[in-house]
Ligand binder design. Structure first.
Ligand code: CDP
Length: 209
């Protein structure tokens, strides 16, 4: 299959982009890239003492598999390195070629529809209230054995949103042609169905690949 079709899924911290993106990619048979993992892997190396640009330039596939990448400390470190233009520049080509790979691609992050792939055929901005996002992330972290309180997770989400939206380079914001999906009152299944409906409309109603 040689179809080129890019689905860009952006949104604030813990909005459910990852779960929706994985399900959407499986539905269409597309490859999926969680671009947040790239920044998390760079942040994790910086926590170990490496300089941010060097960490970004030397990133390898196996760096994306470390289990600690999901921790709140690494999430904060990711958002701190993500303000640096040299870090973003080092990660750009990999993300762009992934987006245009043959067979279709789903990328989720903050700047996919605005900077990485402005020509993406379908763009979603997935959001939810900060309270709902904090509750979902708190439940996820608790299931993974993390002990952060709900109040800490809520503060972390708000801090990252402010840093991600306020930075000069590739700030978090919906692309002008993105469809916003507010999942505050939706189950995950309903959010996935809504995302597929939006994407099908962009695919001319052709449904799954
Ligand atoms: O899963 P969650 O939404 O909490 O975060 P993530 O998608 O794993 O992203 C972690 C951090 O990486 C974000 O807070 C952003 O600062 C940064 N990021 C970015 O700047 N650009 C992207 N395309 C993806 C993530």
């Amino acid at each position: 299959m040689s179809e080129r079709f890019t689905i860009a899924i952006d949104g604030p911290a813990a909005a459910g982009k990852g779960s929706i993106s994985r399900a959407v990619a499986a539905h269409y048979g597309f490859a999926h890239l969680d671009t947040g993992l790239l920044y998390r892997a760079v942040g994790a190396k910086v926590l170990l003492g490496m300089a941010p640009e060097e960490a970004a330039l030397t990133l390898r596939a196996e760096d994306l598999e470390a289990s600690e990448l999901r921790s709140p400390e690494v999430a904060q470190a990711a958002s701190r390195v993500a303000v640096l233009p040299a870090v973003r520049a080092a990660l750009l080509d990999f993300q762009r070629s992934f987006a245009r790979r043959a067979g279709g691609a789903v990328l989720d992050g903050r700047d996919i529809g605005t900077v990485i792939c402005p020509e993406a055929e379908a763009k979603l901005f997935v959001t939810a209230s900060a309270e709902v996002r904090a509750k979902r992330r708190h439940a996820e972290l608790a299931a993974a054995g993390e002990t952060s309180s709900l109040a800490q997770v809520h503060a972390d989400v708000l801090e990252r949103d402010a840093r991600d939206s306020g930075r000069a380079d590739a700030p978090l914001k919906p692309a002008a042609d993105a469809v916003t999906l507010d999942t505050s009152a939706m189950t995950l299944e309903a959010a996935i169905a809504a995302a597929i409906e939006i994407i099908d409309a962009r695919r001319g109603g052709s449904g799954g690949a």
